[in-house]
Design a protein around this ligand. Structure first.
Ligand code: HEC
Length: 145
């Protein structure tokens, strides 16, 4: 009988909300105050051509491993996301993109965010050039509906 296990839905919801954290405050800057002015000025050396965005997507979905946490479609819902607190950033949120320059996002990919699952990726997993390409893809997600 279908209604037999409906009671379980609120229980399931409570369990899920207990183990998965929320996204952290968007207004909190990641780059230390001392560096922020210089970092904000950094420009992506690659143009946002469809070819470069495709290269970035190919990296995101494979070698760069971003998809495991940020999700195949960048919604912050990857396989490793449940249980992470704060949860991985949702790259389809236009407000997120509006609040960060390319330089700030590059800095995070390079240095990670201490105290979170966001590790430094440049050097260990991808090169600086690959990070800029991945970033083109990440930015394109914020423009999709
Ligand atoms: C092991 C899980 C994990 C992987 C793999 C991962 N991330 Fe993250 N990422 C996170 C989490 C968790 C946050 C949220 C941290 C916070 O809110 O402080 C985050 C945040 C970010 C942010 C936003 C920082 C900000 O300014 O708010 C960017 C950009 C980012 N990740 C890019 C990437 C890219 C690009 C890759 C692949 C090269 C990647 N991440 C791989 C877990 C991960």
């Amino acid at each position: 009988m279908r209604s037999g296990f409906l009671w379980f839905l609120p229980v399931l919801f409570m369990m899920v909300s207990l183990v998965s954290g929320a996204e952290s405050d968007l207004s909190k800057r990641r780059v230390p105050d001392k560096q922020i002015k210089d970092i904000q000025k950094l420009k992506n050396p690659f143009e946002a051509s469809s070819e470069n965005i495709a290269k970035g997507e190919a990296l995101y979905q494979t070698k760069a491993t971003c998809f495991t946490c940020h999700g195949k479609e960048g919604r912050g819902d990857g396989l490793a996301a449940p249980g992470l607190d704060p949860s991985p950033r949702n790259f389809t949120n236009a407000a997120f993109h509006a609040m960060r320059t390319d330089g700030e996002l590059f800095w995070v990919i390079k240095n990670g965010i201490p105290g979170t699952a966001m590790m430094p990726m440049v050097g260990s997993v991808i090169t600086e050039e690959e990070a800029w390409l991945v970033l083109l893809y990440e930015r394109s997600l914020g423009r999709r509906k």
